[in-house]
Design a protein around this ligand. Structure first.
Ligand code: UD1
Length: 418
């Protein structure tokens, strides 16, 4: 068991470089098994979700081999089975992409219900609706989702909810299907575009990714490729807010400023100075910061995955702020932990009312999920005194060397064994 010990109230200053996008990585690694050949994926984050996914694929006979810490070779020429058991996928939510990829390539998939972060009911009915529309039989029994098809045939699929996972999964299943598939009301997140670009680099024919209508013309086979994934929007946003919450001066490098627009706009509204370059954003903050209202939405709206970090930041801003969580039903569980650091927050359903304070104070807290953990880290950086954060397994799912990156910015952060 490890914990992070943070001695807060230190102004962060300097540069931090963002890794490749977790949510792109966990889609693109399974997507690689759609190819008949070897795929090399570069700029992967070295995080637990990526490692767990590689272990799952290795169990299936796919050879996943790290050429270096951030470059993976995926060779699925000798895949042995099409089943990902509970034991192997329990840690990662995105194991559901194995369904679309296996179904697309082998017309057969068995994957245990996904694990990952728990913030409310996480249905996958839209994924299943998409697979069924393409001609697959899908049954859910004994905690396993089993999908099979004689052949998959393109069709038009309207998503009832804007779902990142369903959009990507249907794309994965449809690239090798006969004819044309059209996904309407598709999600538009950057990692959807990245996954489509990856598939196109293997010879797929996908148009419209990044808009709400994606058109996929099925091809007979996909070749190997060499692909570099995009920077992580959420990691970038977390470090931008680390700069803001410590009233620091932090330049976040290797990001795509366009992906950060909703956050940059909110930070500016709060009174933070946000300077954009081609591939970096510099955040300069000083007291006082103003409270603002934030509503999470699908991209290009404010990302739900930056909501806990924003709660932490708004806890240190003047006045009352309101956060409305409109993507997930139950994503305020971490608020009780934030309150231990002195935050004044009241939750009513999907709304959190935050009364800004001058100071947070250190305490012992526990990460309840990945981004909640990031929110606690930010709050701890701003808090007077010592904060101990436990349950690091969540934070390690999505942040590579968080303590090293923060230390390089001047934070007093140590990872210790309990
Ligand atoms: C992805 C991200 C996650 C992020 C979320 C929303 C990955 C690996 N994870 O999760 O970090 O918080 O997008 O940006 O990329 N829904 C249904 N039926 C479905 C699927 C989803 O009702 O079949 C609902 C969900 O309950 C939720 C909303 O749609 O309320 C959005 O979920 P979705 O976009 O699918 O999230 P994930 O892909 O699981």
């Amino acid at each position: 068991m490890e914990e992070l010990i943070i001695k807060g109230a230190k102004r962060l200053q300097g540069e931090v470089t963002v890794n490749g996008a977790k949510n792109a990585a966990v889609a693109i690694i399974p997507a690689a098994i759609l190819s008949d050949d070897i795929c090399i994926i570069e700029n992967l984050p070295y995080i637990d979700d990526v490692i767990s996914l590689c272990n799952t694929l290795n169990d299936m006979g796919v050879k996943c081999e790290f050429i270096d810490k951030h470059t993976l070779k995926v060779d699925s020429r000798n895949i042995k089975n099409f089943c990902a058991t509970y034991e192997s996928v329990k840690k990662i939510r995105a194991s559901y992409y194995l369904l679309g990829a296996l179904l697309g390539r082998y017309k057969k998939a068995e994957v245990a219900f996904p694990g990952g972060c728990d913030f409310g009911i996480r249905p996958i009915d839209q994924h299943i609706k998409g697979f069924s529309a393409l001609g697959a039989d899908v049954v859910v029994e004994h905690g396993m989702i089993k999908a099979s098809a004689k052949k998959l045939v393109g069709t038009s699929i309207y998503l009832d909810v804007v779902s990142v996972g369903a959009t990507i999964n249907i794309m994965l299943a449809a690239v090798l299907a006969e004819g044309t598939t059209v996904i309407e009301n598709a999600a538009k997140e950057p990692h959807i575009v990245d996954t489509a670009n990856f598939l196109n680099s293997m010879g797929a024919n996908i148009k419209g990714a990044g808009t709400d209508v994606i058109r996929i013309v099925g091809v007979k086979k996909l070749s190997g490729t060499n692909y570099m994934i995009i920077p992580d929007q959420i990691e970038a946003g977390t470090y931008m807010m680390a700069g803001a919450i410590t009233r620091g001066d932090v330049t976040v490098k290797n990001l795509i400023p366009k992906h950060m627009e909703s956050l940059s706009a909110k930070l500016s509204e709060m009174g933070v100075k946000v300077e954009e370059g081609d591939d970096f954003i510099r955040v300069i903050a000083s007291d006082p910061l103003k409270g603002v209202n934030v509503k999470t939405l699908p991209y290009p709206g404010f990302p739900t995955d930056l909501q806990p970090q924003m709660s932490a930041l708004l806890s240190t801003a003047e006045g009352t702020s309101i956060i409305t969580e409109s993507v997930w039903e139950n994503r305020f569980q971490y608020i009780d932990e934030l309150k231990r650091l002195g935050a004044d927050i009241k939750v009513e359903g999907r709304v959190a009312i935050i009364k800004g304070l001058r100071k947070l104070t250190g305490a012992q807290v526990s990460a309840t999920d990945l981004r909640a953990g990031a929110g606690l880290v930010l709050a701890a950086l701003a808090a007077e005194g010592k904060t101990t954060i436990t349950n690091l397994k969540y934070i390690d799912r999505g942040y590579e060397f968080i303590e090293k990156k923060l230390s390089a910015l001047g934070a007093d952060v140590k990872r210790v064994k309990k």
